[in-house]
Every structure is written in structure tokens, then in C-alpha cells.
Design a protein around this ligand. Structure first.
Ligand SMILES: C[S@@+](CC[C@H](N)C(=O)[O-])C[C@H]1O[C@@H](n2cnc3c(N)ncnc32)[C@H](O)[C@@H]1O
Length: 254
């Protein structure tokens, strides 16, 4: 979903509350009948997940429904200080809140993939590289270290990863590393020789259209794990836990 509408997240939030209430009602019933905490919690958690699935909420919301009862249970029973719970929730909120409308959560590129991406970039000529959704900026910092002629830009929609990238880039290499806090849908890609995306399936086809419309012919679109509907120049297998693949597409025309 590329739209910035708040209506969808609000409706997901409403249906999440409904799913949690149904699960809570079931928990109370079961606990009355058979007072076993772990069993009741497991049933509550699975019920909330199944209801959210039945309501066709997007996957991140289904996962939220699954883990919410467990999180609340631990926070209450383990007497975790409210400040700590608040800080963890705020951190997660600042990392994951855009997921509810972008449908692309944060998870980092594996370090095994870093070298494969670096191998696609030249050593003997200047170039411009962008990471769409750069997270905490680690890939860009690595590439800037390996490729002295490259200029590296990130764009990130989540506030906390953006702030971390900004601070890290200022400390590392202010001249060749930069990051913007915004959606990549609003960024023109015409300056870039390399566009890197490690996202999720939902935005990929529309993104490919954007790349083809804006990027200079001859530039490369480097896609980690979620291919688009086009013939890749090459596909590189990566020896990491996820068995990631790098799909390299050459942009032919615009
Ligand atoms: C799977 S993570 C990849 C992070 C980083 N590129 C890496 O490879 O380690 C995807 C990132 O894209 C960001 N993102 C998702 N949709 C976005 C959008 N429309 N504009 C900017 N960033 C976005 C997410 O917040 C998340 O940090």
C-alpha cells in the first residue's frame, strides 16, 4: 500500500481491539472452567490471531494480535517496571509504526549480502547509490567503506531508524553518506545509478514501474529477495540463514 491514508490503520486498530476482546472473553471462560494460566494464555493468543486472520487483517497486524496477549501477560505477572515497558513499546512503535500502512517491516540485510551488493558496484568510476528504506544505515556505511568513489543515499520512513542512520552517517562520512526521513514514493530516482531495495512483496511491482519510469537507462535495480516480474540480468545466491537472493535488473528505457 503506497497511500498515506490513516483510515486503513485505524480500521485495523479497531478490528484488532475486537479480536483481542473476543480472545479475552474466551480466556475468562476457559480460566473459570480450567484455571491453567499457560493454556489459557496460549488459547487467548491463538484465538486473537485466528480472528484477525478471519478478518483478513494484514500479516503484521495478525502477528501483533498473536503476541499482544503474551506481552501483556508478561508485563503484568513479572512486575516489569512500567517505565521499561513504556520505553520498549515506544522504541518498537518508532521502528514499526509505518509498517501498518507500508506493509514493509524492518529487518536488516544479512552481512553475507553486503559483499554481494558491493561486488555489483564499480571501483574505477563515480556513481550514485540509493537504499530505499535504509533502516539503521548499516549497509550504506559498509558500502561507503568499500567503494571510495560512490555517493550513498538512504531514505527511511521510520523515525528511529532514520535518526540512528543520521547520527551514524554524521559520525562516519558526512560527505558521501546522507539520509532523508520520508517515503521513497516521493523521491525522484533519476540521479541514481544503483537502486537497492530490500522490502516485501506488496510494493514491488509498483516500485518496478517507478524505477523504470525514473531511473536512467543502463542503471541497475538491485533487489534483495522479493523479485519483480521481469527478466533479471543475473540472480545471485547468498550463503546466509535466509538463503537470500540478489536479483539484478538492468533498466532499459524510461
Ligand atoms: C526490510 S527493511 C531493510 C532495511 C535496510 N535497507 C537493510 O537492508 O538493512 C525495509 C525498510 O524499509 C522501510 N520502508 C518501508 N516502506 C518505506 C517507504 N515507503 N519509504 C521509506 N522507507 C520505507 C522500513 O521502515 C524498513 O526500515
Amino acid at each position: 500500500m503506497q497511500g498515506k491514508s490513516i483510515a486503513a490503520p485505524l480500521s485495523f486498530l479497531f478490528w484488532t481491539a475486537v479480536a483481542q476482546l473476543i480472545a479475552l472473553a474466551l480466556l475468562v471462560l476457559i480460566y473459570d472452567f480450567y484455571p491453567h494460566r499457560v493454556l489459557a494464555l496460549a488459547i487467548c493468543s491463538v484465538t486473537a490471531y485466528l480472528v484477525s486472520k478471519l478478518l483478513r487483517l494484514p500479516l503484521p497486524w495478525q502477528i501483533l494480535n498473536l503476541i499482544l496477549p503474551i506481552g501483556i501477560f508478561f508485563a503484568i505477572t513479572m512486575n516489569i517496571p512500567a517505565g521499561l515497558v513504556g520505553a520498549i513499546l515506544l522504541g518498537l512503535f518508532l521502528i514499526y509504526i509505518p509498517t501498518f500502512w507500508t506493509r514493509v517491516p524492518f529487518y536488516p540485510t544479512s552481512s553475507a549480502m553486503y559483499n554481494i551488493v558491493a561486488d555489483q558496484l564499480p571501483d574505477d568510476q563515480p556513481f550514485h547509490f540509493i537504499d530505499l528504506g535504509c533502516g539503521f544505515g548499516s549497509l550504506l556505511i559498509f558500502l561507503a567503506g568499500r567503494k571510495p568513489l560512490g555517493v550513498f543515499e538512504g531514505v527511511e520512513i521510520s523515525p528511529l531508524p532514520y535518526l540512528a542512520s543520521k547520527i551514524r552517517f554524521c559520525m562516519k562520512n558526512r560527505a558521501r553518506l546522507s539520509v532523508k526521513l520520508r517515503s521513497f514514493w516521493g523521491i525522484s530516482l533519476d540521479r541514481f545509478d544503483f537502486v537497492y531495495a530490500f522490502l516485501a512483496p506488496p510494493p514491488m511491482e509498483t516500485l518496478w514501474e517507478k524505477v523504470q519510469a525514473e531511473v536512467k537507462p543502463g542503471s541497475l535495480f538491485l533487489v534483495n529477495s522479493f523479485p519483480v516480474n521481469a527478466k533479471a540480468e543475473r540472480i545471485l545466491e547468498v550463503e546466509d540463514r535466509r538463503k537470500s537472493r540478489l536479483y539484478v535488473y538492468k533498466v532499459v528505457n524510461r
